[in-house]
Design a protein around this ligand. Structure first.
Ligand code: B1M
Length: 222
């Protein structure tokens, strides 16, 4: 049953049908499927396929855009599940943004929802965030962690530049830094000298807790 529903979701994303994506997501939630399974087994295979078709020239920017919109609509439908567990628990303060030159934000938004669902107070700087804006936010706020998202190989160097700018501004000891996004690896994270890397939003939440040595156990998390 759920396999069929996941396939419908995947197809809705590939075909960029946002209304279908929303209604299948709603159906999945009503059936009691978890946000994790809807994301990983329904939505992600669809958006990955769209990326593959784009990279081999079998689809173009408009398709990328409408599938991205369908993905955003579906994720919005899952938001109540993704950020359900926050309650009164205050895990810490998290600053997040997509690196300079990059406007991809669906993954960042999922990470944000998951963090909020696990008690983090999140400030989202948005997309295409210049280093100066990051440094100003870190200087003014009392954040525990700054997390960067990068989706393009050409914008990965912007993550490195942000770390260098934070260090140059004398702010590196003030904050832990994390990085993630489809082309990012642990090796890249090590190379640019950040404290943590996560391959997906679920891992990002666990990493945030471990970086700040918070005690909330994984089974208690959303
Ligand atoms: Co773009 N795009 N795109 N795109 N796009 C990719 C990334 C691409 C891989 C497609 C491809 O060619 N196969 C390719 C990059 C190739 C490369 O550099 N290696 C690409 C390209 C080339 C481009 C343009 C240059 C196209 C053009 O203009 N010719 C252009 C660039 C614009 C720019 O940023 N300057 C562009 C534009 C766009 C749209 C605007 C049309 C749209 C984005 C809409 C939006 O975000 N609001 C779009 C889309 C939708 C994609 C794909 C198809 C899907 C991205 C996505 O949302 N994935 C993508 C193909 C792909 O990724 N396979 C592609 C779903 C999302 C949930 O996953 O973001 O990976 P992801 O997030 C995951 C993890 O990575 C992780 O957790 C998330 C959830 O589990 N994660 C973190 C993310 N951030 C994290 C932070 C953390 C921890 C974990 O800690 C802080």
């Amino acid at each position: 049953m759920s396999k069929e529903l996941f396939e419908k979701l995947t197809r809705a994303i590939i075909e960029g049908k946002d209304k279908d994506a929303i209604s299948f997501c709603r159906e999945a939630v009503e059936k009691g499927l978890t946000a994790k399974s809807v994301l990983e087994d329904g939505l992600m295979p669809g958006i990955r396929k769209v990326g593959e078709l784009f990279s081999i020239g079998e689809s173009y920017l408009p398709e990328l855009l409408i599938s991205g919109k369908a993905m955003q609509a579906a994720v919005a439908e899952l938001e109540p599940l993704l950020n359900a567990g926050g309650g009164k628990f205050h895990a810490g303060k998290y600053l997040i943004g997509t690196v300079s030159g990059d406007i991809h934000d669906i993954g960042k938004n999922i990470v944000t929802m998951m963090l909020k669902g696990n008690g983090w107070e999140v400030t989202d700087l948005g997309v295409d965030v210049p280093s100066e804006k990051i440094c100003a936010a870190i200087a003014e706020g009392d954040y525990d962690i700054f997390g960067m998202s990068a989706l393009l190989t050409v914008t990965m160097p912007a993550a490195d530049e942000a770390v260098k700018a934070i260090t140059k501004a004398g702010l590196r000891d003030k904050i832990k830094i994390m990085v993630g996004g489809a082309p990012v690896t642990q090796e890249f994270a090590d190379r640019i000298g950040v404290d943590g890397y996560a391959k997906d939003a679920f891992e990002a939440v666990n990493k945030a807790f471990s970086l700040t040595e918070k005690t909330r156990q994984p089974e208690e998390r959303a």
